[in-house]
Structure formats: structure tokens, C-alpha cells
Design a binder for this molecule. Structure first.
Ligand SMILES: Cc1cc2nc3c(=O)[nH]c(=O)nc-3n(C[C@H](O)[C@H](O)[C@H](O)COP(=O)(O)OP(=O)(O)OC[C@H]3O[C@@H](n4cnc5c(N)ncnc54)[C@H](O)[C@@H]3O)c2cc1C
Ligand code: SF4
Length: 511
């Protein structure tokens, strides 16, 4: 009987993956490999490497317990494999399979490498569809075909209908509306009690991986001390259930709120588990819908959460595969400034950025509005080169893979794709951050001041951004009011703004 080698990538850690379902565990071999290039193509946060290596080692153990024959190439296992290609080549020489089966990877560059294996190794390579997603890459292309605009909202409604999620018996949306976003913008209130997030106990496998990472990747961004992420399916399910039971109820209302020294808020913290396979999207959606139907969580929270997974996550993946490889090089505003050093060391007097970078160092996590309206917004207003911004976002978050990071950064945060994802740039002055957080209360800068050395930099950078990009943005109907205000500004005020912005941008690393 022919023998198959089944490669499982680090973001395919589920027995529901199509490649595993295609093999016969009595005779086939499963390969998992910690390869050097994957730790180095960007220098990932130390917790991200620790999380993935530990999750991979636990998954391999689980497969062995279920009777699979597993070849596991550990980074500290005596031989260092440079890339997936070299690891697969070694496994082919050792196990002499008749063919290779693998589920399509999440990233374009890995797919390109994989497509070479058949020619390079001289055996059949079957690349199977990744059916963990609600919408296949091909289905998304079909949806996108012929559409002038590829907005998430239309896609999301179609997904709700196609998969019968949060619908009444007659097929209309629960509650009568498709989207409850307008109810999900409450600012934080004093004394908000946020339930403690799930923290996994570190077992010997995780401790060994943490030691390996500390010894091998000490020059990478981030700390390891606070590592408490789930590394097994069971733990990830516990984290999900804890979210559904304790935080989902307030997820909607405070989805956009930011609070000093409170990194977690009412978010789920499951992106890293979803993206590596420890959790599956449909089970997260089903659990949230059940909580609504049983009266344990309100509709604005449940719809908001489901929209993130069934809507945004699927849509973002669709855009990535539709637009790659050109999407990597988008730079609509020709932004060219380097990334300021405070994105790495948090050494800035801007309290909002300091908070977001510090917690990113400590937890490899920031929630969506911190990524979009603080870290992304600043990079947009300051004209940072999208290449640097993308690289930073890919490095620092435990849930970052290019398929999900790139459209969120290039499309959503930076508008570098010229409006494929967003209908206008998510540009905002300090007033937005002041409304949605308590950061400004303890900031060196004054959010009410518009210009001068004491003024909040977001305030003058906002107008500077609109002014310097007027040729590209002033005809956008969604910016009509902003440009009307800009055009009505008296010359003295405008020149104060431009001077404050230029002075700031010229000394950005000292801000
Ligand atoms: C600039 C920027 C960069 C981002 N980079 C990444 C990234 O590298 N990896 C990543 O998974 N998400 C990314 N996101 C999306 C989102 O911020 C994270 O998914 C979310 O913060 C993860 O935390 P959570 O699990 O607590 O999410 P929750 O707020 O609890 O949401 C639940 C889940 O919905 C999904 N989701 C929500 N928003 C999005 C979105 N915009 N795109 C895709 N999925 C979404 C995630 O799987 C998330 O776990 C980025 C967003 C921005 C604005
Ligand atoms: S004042 Fe400006 S820089 Fe300071 S925290 Fe508020 S928004 Fe950020």
C-alpha cells in the first residue's frame, strides 16, 4: 500500500485539518518541524515563538496518543532544519513515502515554496484546501468578481445567510438589524470591573520551550515572564468558555474602550488560538449564538463578536488571497518615514502609545482599537512607510500571520491600498482617544491643545495628514466635512498646525 507523508504546519494544530483527515494513521507518517527560517523571516515576539513551539509539541504528543506515527523535528533536537523544504526533504529520505499531503498554508510565500516540492523532490505533492474557514479562497473570489466595492458588510450578511447564523426562523437577522455596531462604542466608566482572563499553568513542555526561546531568541522583541497562554486544545477551550461565561456579556458595549493598565478588557483573547488551529471559528460562533439564545448574553455583544469571526476574519483572508502578491507593496500615500524607536522600547511621553507598546511587549497582545486607533492611527498620521509598519505588526503579536496582519495594517489601519477595505482612512485626532480611553488624563501632552509643544501630537498631525494628502482624499465624500473645516481654517491657524507637525515629525524619536 502506498505510504503518505503528511506535513502539519504550526498554524494547523487540529485533528480537523484536511491533511490529517486524508491519511491512514496505521501506515502514514505525520511530520511537524520547528524550522529556523520561520523564526527569522521576521524576528517574532519571544512569546509568539514559545506559544507555537509549545502548542506544536503538545499537539504532536496528542497525535501519538491517538495512534499516529509522528516525526517531530525540534529546534533543539540535535539537527537544525533551515526551512520547511529542507525538513520535508529529510523526512522523504528517511521515511521514503510515495506522496506528500499538506493543507494549503496561510501565507503566500509558503505556498510558493510548497508548489516547488513536487519538482524538487520528485514525488506527488497534494495541497488540500483549508476547510476550517467558512469561505474558501475560491468562494471569496467568486463573491468579489464584478463588484465595484468589496465592503465587509455585504460579505458578512451573505455569510450570515449562507451559514444560517443569528437568523430568525423566517431568515431575517435576529433583532431586525444585521449590525449593532452603533451600540458598541461605550467609553470606559470609572470602576469598570473586568473579569480576570484565563491563565494556563506552565507544564514541563512549556517550561522547556521557554528556556529554549530565552537562550536562542533573546535578541527578539518582548518579554517571556508573563507567558500564560493556553498551549493545548483543552486549555484553549477553557479560555473560550471563560470568555463566553464572563466577558461576552460586556464585549459589545466596551469593544472600543481602552483603560490604562488594563490590557484585556472584555475581549476574547482567542486570535492566537484560532489562527493556529487550537480553536475553530465555527465552534466560537456557535457558542456565542447559544449564549444569546439561552439569554446569557445580549444581542449587541453576540452579533458584534460573531461579526468579528464570521465577517471580518473571513473577509480579511479573502482580500489577502485576492490581492497577493501585489498587496505587499501598496503605498497609496507614498509614506516613507522610518518607524520611531518608541514602537520598540515604549520610550515616549505619549501615554496612549506608551501603554499600547508596553502591553504588547509584556503580552504579545493589544486589542483591536489599540492596534487600529492608537498604533495604526499614529503610523498613518505620521506617514510611516507601510513596509516598516507591517513588519512591526507581524513581529509583535502572538496572533500575527501575514494573511491576517497585512490586510488589517495595509488596508484598514494605513489606507495604503487606496480604499479596497476601508471607505476612508481611520484617521483621528486626540479627541477620539480621549473619548474612548482614560489615557489622556495621565499624559504629558494636553489633549485640548491643538498646536505647540504641549499639544497632543495627534491633534496637529491629523490636520497635517489631511492637508498634505488633499490631492488623494479631498474628493472622498466621507471626508467632505473634514475638508470643509480645513478649507475654512484661517491661514495663521493652519500655518501653526503645519509648523507644530513638522517640528514634531523632525524630532519624533524624542517625543
Ligand atoms: C493594525 C491591525 C493589525 C492586526 N493584526 C492582526 C493579526 O496579525 N492577527 C489577527 O488575528 N488579527 C489582527 N488584527 C485584528 C484584531 O485586532 C485581532 O484579531 C484581535 O485584536 C485579537 O484579539 P482578540 O482575540 O481578543 O479579539 P476579539 O476582539 O475578542 O475578537 C474575536 C476574534 O475576532 C477575530 N477578528 C476580530 N477583528 C478582526 C480583524 N480585523 N481581522 C481578522 N480577524 C478579526 C479574531 O480572530 C479575534 O480573535 C489586527 C487589527 C489591526 C487594526
Ligand atoms: S493627549 Fe494625545 S498623546 Fe496623550 S494620551 Fe491623549 S491622545 Fe495620546
Amino acid at each position: 500500500m502506498p505510504k503518505t507523508l503528511c506535513l502539519i504546519l504550526g498554524d494547523q494544530l487540529t485533528t480537523a485539518i484536511s491533511s490529517l483527515k486524508a491519511i491512514d494513521k496505521t501506515k502514514d507518517v505525520v511530520l511537524l518541524a520547528e524550522v529556523w527560517d520561520e523564526t527569522q523571516y521576521v524576528k517574532h515576539h519571544q512569546q509568539k515563538i514559545a506559544f507555537l513551539f509549545s502548542a506544536m509539541r503538545h499537539f504532536a504528543e496528542q497525535l501519538r496518543e491517538r495512534g499516529y506515527q509522528v516525526a517531530y523535528y525540534a529546534l533543539d533536537g540535535g539537527h537544525r532544519y533551515q526551512s520547511f523544504s529542507t525538513a520535508v526533504k529529510h523526512a522523504v529520505n528517511t521515511h521514503k513515502p510515495d506522496n506528500i499531503v499538506v493543507t494549503e498554508p496561510g501565507e503566500y510565500r509558503v505556498l510558493k515554496a510548497m508548489q516547488q516540492w513536487q519538482a524538487d523532490l520528485g514525488i506527488d505533492v497534494d495541497i488540500l484546501e483549508d476547510d476550517r474557514f467558512y469561505c474558501s479562497i475560491q468562494d471569496f473570489k467568486t463573491w468579489a468578481k464584478g463588484r465595484k466595492q468589496l465592503r465587509m458588510e455585504g460579505f458578512y450578511r451573505e455569510m450570515r445567510k449562507r451559514h444560517a447564523v443569528l437568523l430568525t426562523e423566517s431568515g431575517t437577522p435576529e433583532g431586525g438589524k444585521w449590525n449593532y455596531d452603533a451600540d458598541n462604542r461605550k467609553p470606559p466608566v470609572k470602576g469598570l470591573a473586568v473579569p480576570k482572563p484565563y491563565q494556563a499553568k506552565l507544564d514541563d513542555t512549556t517550561k522547556a520551550v521557554i528556556k529554549l526561546v530565552a537562550e536562542t531568541f533573546s535578541d527578539h522583541f518582548g518579554d517571556l515572564t508573563e507567558f500564560h497562554y493556553a498551549v493545548t486544545r483543552q486549555q484553549a477551550l477553557t479560555a473560550l468558555n471563560k470568555f463566553i461565561d464572563e466577558r461576552l456579556v460586556d464585549f459589545g458595549s466596551y469593544q472600543d474602550a481602552m483603560v490604562t493598565d488594563e490590557p484585556w478588557m472584555f475581549h476574547a483573547h482567542i486570535g492566537l488560538y484560532l489562527n493556529c488551529g487550537l480553536l475553530l471559528p465555527d465552534e466560537c460562533v456557535a457558542k456565542a449564538e447559544l449564549a444569546y439564545r439561552e439569554g446569557r448574553a445580549p444581542l449587541n455583544a453576540v452579533e458584534g463578536f460573531i461579526r468579528q469571526i464570521l465577517g471580518w476574519r473571513e473577509y480579511i483572508r479573502g482580500i489577502y488571497w485576492l490581492k497577493m502578491p501585489d498587496y505587499e507593496h501598496e503605498n497609496f500615500f507614498d509614506a516613507s518615514r522610518p518607524l520611531p524607536s518608541f514602537y520598540w522600547d515604549a520610550d515616549t511621553d505619549m501615554q496612549c502609545l506608551k501603554q499600547c507598546v508596553q502591553q504588547t511587549q509584556t503580552h504579545a497582545y493589544a486589542h483591536h482599537i489599540q492596534r487600529l486607533m492608537v498604533l495604526g492611527n499614529f503610523a498613518l498620521l505620521a506617514g510611516i512607510d507601510p513596509q516598516f509598519v507591517n513588519k512591526w505588526f507581524l513581529i509583535v503579536y502572538a496572533d500575527a500571520y501575514q494573511w491576517v496582519e497585512l490586510p488589517n495594517v495595509t488596508g484598514m489601519a494605513l489606507f495604503a491600498d487606496g480604499g479596497v477595505i476601508a471607505s476612508k482612512p481611520y484617521a483621528a485626532s486626540g479627541a477620539y482617544i480621549n473619548r474612548m480611553s482614560n489615557y489622556c488624563k495621565s499624559c504629558h501632552y494636553q489633549v485640548k491643545l491643538k498646536t505647540g509643544s504641549e499639544a497632543c501630537p495627534f491633534n496637529y498631525l491629523y490636520w497635517y495628514f489631511l492637508k498634505t494628502n488633499a490631492d488623494k482624499l479631498s474628493r472622498n465624500p466621507r471626508l467632505a466635512i473634514a475638508y470643509k473645516n480645513l478649507n475654512n481654517m484661517d491661514d495663521d491657524k493652519l500655518s501653526e498646525i503645519m509648523n507644530s507637525a513638522e517640528a514634531f515629525l523632525n524630532n519624533m524619536n524624542e517625543a
